[in-house]
Design a protein around this ligand. Structure first.
Ligand SMILES: Nc1nc2c(ncn2[C@@H]2O[C@H](COP(=O)(O)OP(=O)(O)OP(=O)(O)O)[C@@H](O)[C@H]2O)c(=O)[nH]1
Ligand SMILES: [Zn+2]
Length: 355
């Protein structure tokens, strides 16, 4: 079977770039698992690594392939031969994160994304300042941002919110949708046309997975629903990190995108049960570890407070304490990390060269 790589987003520019090395196979990276990459070629999927030369010459993580990259791989002529990536073709967009507190380590999250959906829910999550920040960074990545306002069914003052947005949209188009009613799904689909690569960013819980599942279709949606209680479900669904949509578009959903989501909620409100318990601890500054008279640990012991709930609270709390920054600073820092983008990456490369 011969696969038409245009289905996977191949454009004339990449085709031309690849033609200079006719002895190599053109491929797109569909998933990454540490040093191993899953790629798609005209002859099907392959698991590959990078050549020693590429690895040796790489100065920073941006020199390694990432999901969405177009690469050249060595052909396989015998069944025992192992195909390797020799070249990464120039990227037209790159989503990256830079490590906090360090300017030399960065990590790519995805490459060659055409449309970046910045998702924001039309409930308490709605925050114009945050959106502004996301947009600035998104334009820097090379991808075209589209603002997707989710959960329209929960919104009573849509026109007010749209008016507040108008000032900061910076030329980005705005789409409003609700997956509860299905309204606006077709407006999102209008961007996921044949050969176009899209990705979704936004705070946790705004409805990205729900939207992606609607784009993929009912079958996948069902599997996801069945797996909702299984905390391994997420990994199962993201094993393939570049997905083809039935309508012809391509979605990139890498674990890296998920890991860097912003938690913007109010911890004490989201975890009111834990806040109430904490007030009953013997010591006011109880850290709820092994202090005597700790009501939180007591509740975990009796099962009144589920361990995984306590763990997710701690995880979010750590996130909120992120280097002792204010909520605003922390949020900005996280967005900066998510959208290291070209500018940051260029600086990153420069700083390495100057060592
Ligand atoms: N009312 C309403 N709820 C929605 C809508 N879309 C999603 N939800 C709900 O919002 C919750 C979070 O949705 P997800 O799709 O998991 O959100 P996410 O952005 O993928 O969040 P993470 O999984 O943390 O990355 C789920 O309970 C959904 O059922 C919507 O349009 N309206
Ligand atoms: Zn305590």
């Amino acid at each position: 079977m011969i696969i038409n790589l245009k289905t996977y987003g191949l454009t004339a520019a990449f085709e031309t770039a690849a033609a200079k090395n006719a002895d190599l196979d053109l491929a797109r990276v569909t998933a990454q698992h540490r040093e191993r990459y899953q790629v798609i070629t005209t002859s099907g999927e392959r698991t590959v690594t990078v050549t020693g030369k590429l690895s040796h010459q790489a100065m920073t993580p941006v020199d390694f392939p990432t999901v969405g990259d177009w690469v050249l791989v060595t052909p396989i002529k015998t069944t025992t031969e192992q195909s390797v990536i020799t070249t990464i073709l120039p990227r037209h967009s790159v989503l990256a994160r830079t490590a906090a507190g360090s300017d030399v380590t960065g990590q790519l999250i995805a490459a060659n994304v055409d449309t970046l959906f910045i998702c924001m829910a039309l409930n308490a999550d709605f925050n114009v300042r945050r959106l502004e920040r996301y947009l600035t960074m998104a334009w820097d990545s090379g991808a075209t941002p589209v603002i997707v306002l989710t959960k329209a069914d929960l919104c009573q003052d849509l026109s007010d919110k749209l008016a507040a947005l108008a000032d900061v949209a910076m030329g980005a188009e705005v789409v409003t949708c609700s997956m509860a009613t299905g309204d606006g799904l077709s407006a999102v689909q209008a961007y996921t046309t044949a050969g176009k690569t899209v990705a979704f960013v936004g705070s946790s819980g705004v409805g990205k997975s729900t939207l992606i599942n609607h784009l993929i279709g009912d079958d996948v949606l069902m599997t996801k629903t069945i797996r909702a209680d299984d905390d391994k479900g997420r990994h199962a669904t993201t094993a393939r990190q570049l997905l083809l949509l039935p309508g012809g578009g391509i979605v990139i959903d890498t674990p890296g995108m998920r890991e860097l989501q912003l938690y913007t909620g109010d911890l004490d409100r989201t975890f009111a049960d834990i806040a109430t318990l904490a007030q009953q601890c013997k010591f006011r500054n109880c850290r709820h570890q092994s202090e005597p008279g700790c009501a939180v640990q007591a509740a975990i012991a009796t099962g009144e407070l589920a361990m995984d709930r306590w763990e997710s609270y701690q995880k979010l709390q750590t996130e909120l304490q992120y280097q002792g920054m204010t909520a605003r600073e922390r949020e900005n820092a996280k967005i900066d990390r998510l959208f290291g983008g070209k500018t940051a990456m260029r600086q990153l490369l420069k700083s390495v060269k100057h060592r």
